[in-house]
Design a protein. Structure first.
Lengths: 468, 243, 237
């Protein structure tokens, strides 16, 4: 996200999103559809709940020996002729890719959808180094041509109309294309097919990596994951360290629930297991395979309150049900990862200061926790984050003063009772037809759009005497 | 640049700071994967008709087209019919030794060019030639190493004589399989994957395993579902009755 | 436990609840020193402060056999969060565990402890029910309020589309991000008005404040009322 945009306060960014009528409609349709598809999928899948429990357990168990699993993974990747790189920071990860491009004379790289590469701003770095990155996931291809960032973890271009896409393709691909998704898909297929066949390097993320075997797993629907890992001569997979899982037996537990959670499909169209570069007997496949293991702030969370966020499968289910995301979409959050889990991931990757506003972009309704395939307790961690913001004095001092005062009020029954008397007195100028309107300061933010009940003429406590 | 030891040490240090959130263990692997796989095969040898029917339903649910032929000898004719349906003039196939049948004689007679991958011919020239042919062919014919009923999924191992592009570049993908490939559940797939990796370099001649569930698809533009984004637009499965 | 919002802004809910419980044969006491469960402090991250309030509340209700709360979120706070907040003091922790066991939201108390689902109430009319987030997801409760509503012969219960969707209150969220909160509310109220119900029923003062405030601002004929008021037959108009 551009720094200029981040300088706009979050409430303003959210406000702008609320005014965008097409975005509102697109969000309503897309999130409702995903919610219904997911619900339907799990309704017909009684083993689903037990599998979610197991998936959560596998993630926790893996974290408890993460170092061991990563070492096994690395050994097994190297055993079949792959190379493993260890990137502590985003910069190191970028540098590894750039060095590879320099050393191997890479001029064009095709990319399969990877949030990790977005996270480290890889495309920008490649372009500066004279390497052309081409996004091949249709949604990512669209936003790349439009010079935008994704607005949803799995449907990056849902904020664009088919008319906008047609216009975009017509302009960038020098043609004249109708606003018909079928036609536009065919245009993309043709344009990108050429790129797949010409590219020097394929770059992917990884949904999972199996430590037992050194296998990287890609879950896609379009086929670009397969193209990118079969046609160019070099395959680079960038993966957050938390994606490793111990065995193939573990893998199928996740496969059983991942697509269902994301799109309601039993399985995505393609699940591709890649174990190193091509073998001697293969006609096709990359000569070289590189796995870049990325820390970028993840390790620090293993022993922190955000540990559970490391279970995340990047399915997007929490985005679809979040009342806030459903109103403002992904861009307003301002960082690579939006939605409920996005707030936690942003804190993880960029520090608590970065979420001083975003930590409150939640009504704590808990819908996210309900649908998370690995049952991450996002609301609890948001509250913990808020606690950090107070403890680290990142929250504004004015707010902290108000809440300290509230505490004192709640601890003193005398002060508490007095506040009712004071309230009744102070509210008089604002009562209209038995409701409060036009209140000043903070409460004005409520009364701008909603009425407020006045402090009662007699509180419950004051009426208790006659009740008892 | 961080070296392996330093990177791992950092993680190990963080891991040792906490016992974790709760007692947890990963999924138990089969104690003897080969025997477990054998057990699955035995069970499916009995239950294959039910699995086949379930596969057909799920495969069609993801827009797959299902065919049945009595024996291997009948396969080329079925392929010819599919090819003609798409006005295909060129077909690319896995090595006939891998497939168990050779479609070339019958189809070439019918005017359809058949290019078969050959195991053991992997020089740079052969690579380039194959890529060009695969990109040109309208139909790609493969076998299937496992066929998963629960989800309507074809599972293909890449390798010698079984290129990846055959099921990826052409507009139409046809997979031919017999009853011995059927599996019922993802859990059984897990067992088979464990078994394959006990001695992976002996069990597999390639580096990838592809699960294919219907044609390539996307809903990235206004959530409208379209097929054939990068991979095939159509997927056909041909079941050969005779064991 | 009457709750701060209940005490100050919705005393009629507390009154209805007391009258209702007495009719069901329950002896009702009101520890006079009670203020608030401390959830606003907790949710905004002021945990040390919330713990102080929790400690006081726990002692206040020590003698009660059952603690009944006309609010899903407050009941959730006491049952789920108090023990953790007070974990550093063994005596307080034990008291918190005890209080958690004895505390229930009103509809849960009536159905689970009293074993009652049919309540004779003079209320007549079409109502629709909103699932408050903390009652639904925090306490796993969606059946008891509906059973109680259906148990009133004059009630026609219409299911609210998106009943389980947040109303947008979220405590301080409603004034930290008022536009987002209102936008979420608009969606909820559109669903409410589409049901044609006369009353919108909920079991949480926060939700009622948000939804009632929106309904009254748009001059809607729909009244936002608490379950206790319907059951006690104390809905005005």
């Amino acid at each position: 996200m551009s720094d200029a945009l981040l300088r706009t306060p979050f409430p303003e960014r959210a406000g702008a999103a609320l005014q965008d009528r097409f975005l509102q409609e697109a969000l309503r349709i897309a999130t409702t559809k995903f919610i219904d598809l997911r619900k339907e999928s799990f309704a017909g899948f009684p083993q689903g709940e037990a599998l979610r429990d197991r998936a959560r357990e596998i993630k926790e168990a893996t974290l408890q020996h993460l170092d061991v699993h990563l070492e096994r993974l690395a050994d097994n990747v190297e055993r079949v002729g792959g190379h493993v790189h260890w990137a502590t920071t985003a910069e190191e990860a970028r540098e590894m890719v750039l060095r590879l491009c320099r050393d191997r004379g890479v001029r064009m790289a095709v990319k399969s959808k990877s949030m990790a590469t977005e996270e480290i701003d890889l495309n920008e770095a490649l372009e500066h180094a004279g390497v052309t990155p081409v996004e091949t996931d249709l949604g990512e291809y669209i936003i790349q041509l439009a010079h935008e960032k994704p607005s949803h973890i799995i449907a990056p271009a849902i904020h664009k109309t088919k008319g906008q896409v047609a216009e975009l393709f017509s302009r960038e691909l020098k043609g004249s294309f109708e606003a018909d998704p079928e036609i536009l898909t065919a245009v993309a297929r043709k344009a990108l097919r050429e790129k797949f066949l010409q590219a020097d390097m394929g770059i992917t993320g990884a949904n999972f990596a199996v430590a037992d075997t050194g296998t990287v797993v890609l879950v896609t629907n379009e086929g670009n994951g397969r193209m990118v890992t079969s046609l160019p001569r070099i395959h680079v997979a960038l993966m957050g360290v938390e994606k490793v899982i111990p065995s193939m037996t573990d893998l199928v537990v996740f496969l059983a629930i991942l697509a269902r959670s994301a799109t309601g499909q039993k399985l995505s169209t393609y699940t591709t297991l890649v174990r190193g570069p091509r073998r001697a007997g293969e006609l096709e496949g990359p000569e070289e395979f590189h796995l870049i293991l990325l820390d970028n702030g993840r390790a620090r969370q293993i022993a922190s309150t955000l540990r559970e966020a490391l279970y995340c499968l990047r399915c997007g289910a929490c985005l679809n049900v979040c009342p806030v995301y459903r109103q403002i979409g992904g861009h307003a959050y301002g960082y690579t990862y939006p939605g409920p889990i996005g707030i936690l991931l942003t804190a993880m990757l960029k520090g608590n200061e970065s979420v001083r506003e975003l930590a409150h972009a939640s009504s704590l309704c808990g819908a996210c926790k309900d649908v998370c395939p690995v049952r991450i307790d996002i609301p609890r961690m948001l509250v913990e984050l808020r606690e950090h913001l107070d403890r680290e004095k990142i929250a504004p001092w004015t707010e902290r003063v108000v809440f300290r005062a509230l505490r004192r009020l709640l601890l003193s029954p005398t002060a508490y009772r007095l506040s009712a008397t004071v309230g009744r007195w102070v509210q008089r100028p604002f009562i209209r037809h038995g409701r409060l309107r036009g209140l000043p300061l903070v409460l004005g933010k409520w009364t701008r759009t909603r009425d407020l009940p006045p402090v009662a003429a007699r509180t419950f406590r004051e009426r208790w005497k006659e009740l008892s | 640049m961080t070296g392996r030891a330093e990177f791992i040490e950092r993680i190990r240090r963080e891991v040792s700071k906490t016992p974790g959130l709760f007692g947890a263990s990963s999924a138990p692997r089969p104690a003897d994967a080969a025997t477990a796989a054998e057990t699955v095969r035995r069970e499916l040898a009995e239950r294959w008709p039910g699995a086949l029917e379930r596969f057909r339903v799920e495969f069609e649910r993801v827009a797959g087209v299902f065919h049945r032929v009595p024996d291997l000898a009948a396969v080329p004719a079925a392929l010819g019919a599919i090819a003609r349906e798409y006005d295909a003039t060129s077909l690319v196939t896995w090595d006939p030794a891998v497939l168990g049948f050779d479609a070339a004689p019958a189809l070439t007679r019918g005017g359809i060019e058949v290019v078969a991958a050959r195991a053991g011919a992997e020089d740079e020239a052969a690579r380039l030639r194959h890529r060009e042919q695969a990109a040109r062919a309208r139909v790609g014919v493969t076998g299937a190493d496992f066929v998963l009923a629960e989800t309507g999924t074809l599972i293909l191992l890449s390798g010698s004589g079984r290129p990846r592009s055959t099921s990826l570049l052409p507009d139409v993908h046809v997979a031919v399989f017999g009853r011995d490939r059927l599996l019922e559940t993802l859990e059984q797939v897990g067992i088979m994957l464990e078994a394959l990796h006990v001695d992976p370099d002996r069990a597999m001649s390639g580096a990838t395993i592809n699960f294919i569930t219907g044609p390539s698809r996307t809903a990235d533009i206004e959530l409208t579902l379209t097929r054939g984004v990068h991979g095939p637009k159509e997927v056909h499965a041909v079941f050969v009755e005779a064991p | 436990m009457i709750t701060c919002l209940g005490d100050m802004l919705f005393p009629e809910v507390g009154v209805a609840m007391v009258r209702l419980l007495r009719r069901l044969g329950v002896q009702v006491e009101f520890p006079p020193g009670q203020t608030c469960c401390g959830m606003p402090l907790f949710n905004s991250g002021y945990h040390h402060d919330a713990a102080l309030v929790a400690a006081r509340t726990v002692r206040l209700f020590e003698g009660a056999e059952h603690v009944v709360v006309p609010s899903g979120s407050c009941a959730w706070m006491v049952r789920t969060e108090y023990p953790g907040l007070l974990k550093h003091d063994p005596a307080l922790r034990a008291a918190a565990d005890s209080l958690a066991r004895r505390t229930r939201e009103l509809s849960q108390f009536i159905v689970e402890v009293l074993g009652v689902t049919t309540i004779g109430s003079p209320f007549r009319g079409k109502v629709t029910y909103h699932d408050s987030c903390h009652l639904l997801r925090g306490l796993g409760e969606s059946a008891s309020p509906r059973a109680l509503l259906r148990g009133v012969s004059g009630v026609e219960l219409v299911e609210l589309p998106g009943a389980d969707e947040c109303c947008g209150f979220g405590g301080s969220f409603s004034v930290r991000l008022p536009e987002v909160s209102s936008s979420i509310l608009d969606k909820k109220l559109a669903n409410v008005e589409a049901t044609g119900a006369r009353c919108l029923v909920a079991c949480d003062a926060g939700c009622l404040m948000q939804m009632g405030g929106g309904l009254s601002r748009r001059g809607s004929a729909v009244k936002a009322v608490h379950l206790a008021q319907v059951l006690a037959g104390e809905v005005e108009g």
